[in-house]
Design a binder for this molecule. Structure first.
Ligand code: ADP
Ligand code: 5GP
Length: 204
């Protein structure tokens, strides 16, 4: 009997650097897989269907939700976002680790369904820096940026519901902090397959 993989969830304010940290993680850790969400939001310049998101209509989204094909879903900043169920469950069942980059509402739904999941909250070093990153990213209009900044205070209030908090100041340090969290979680006694260890006489 194989142990299930780790389900790691990253959330945080828009512009905190979740996407950038995720890319840093999957580049350097071949054993963790990033789930691609479905969304009703329009693609930003350069975004690819199936790579950044599966861009679908509201009708398709509702159909997926009704057929229970989403592990979690939420309306975030006027659009719907959700995590396809089958892909995630298959990976976890095979003992592989999965990374979700989702909002707080989704993260809390995941924690309820998967109490072993690990919730990590990514914060920027300051609100000024967050604003500067959103402007520098250049993907959202001023009113969209303002809407996202207006949500920050409320989002930060949810930090106590998370297992870990990582400040994304220097990118390399933030990626290493998340990797350390994964390493520590893998060392938990409940993740150790004692039955297999005894059956095979050890791990080597
Ligand atoms: P999120 O996914 O949280 O909305 P992004 O990953 O898109 O945020 O990052 C927002 C912007 O900030 C991007 O332009 C990205 O290049 C930049 N960024 C991310 N992390 C850092 C960092 N540690 N230092 C400086 N800029 C960063
Ligand atoms: P963006 O439009 O900037 O790509 O994402 C907006 C927000 O939606 C971010 O907070 C992001 O984490 C969240 N998000 C992306 N995919 C999902 C998902 O599958 N489920 C939920 N609940 N949130 C998501």
């Amino acid at each position: 009997m194989n142990k299930k993989g780790i389900l790691l969830v990253l959330s945080g304010p828009s512009g905190a650097g979740k996407g950038t940290v995720c890319q840093g993680l999957i580049k350097t850790s071949k054993s963790i897989h990033l789930s691609v969400s479905v969304t009703t939001r329009s693609p930003r310049p350069g975004e690819q269907h199936g790579k950044n998101y599966f861009f679908i209509s509201e009708k398709e989204f509702i159909e997926m939700a009704e057929k229970d094909q989403l592990l979690e879903w939420a309306k975030v900043y006027d659009n719907y976002y959700g995590t396809p169920r089958q892909w995630v469950e298959e990976k976890l069942d095979k003992g592989e680790d999965v990374l979700l980059e989702i909002d707080i509402q989704g993260a809390l739904q995941i924690k309820k369904k998967f109490p072993d999941s690990i919730l990590v909250f990514i914060v920027p070093p300051s609100i000024n820096e967050l604003q500067a990153r959103l402007i520098k990213r250049g993907t959202d209009k001023e009113d969209v940026i303002q809407k996202r900044l207006n949500c920050v205070e409320g989002e930060l209030q949810e930090i106590p519901k998370y297992d870990y908090i990582v400040v994304n100041d220097k990118l390399e340090d933030a990626v290493n902090a998340v990797k350390s969290i994964i390493t520590a979680e893998k060392c938990r006694p409940e993740r150790f397959n004692l039955q297999k260890y005894l059956q095979t006489g050890g791990l080597s």
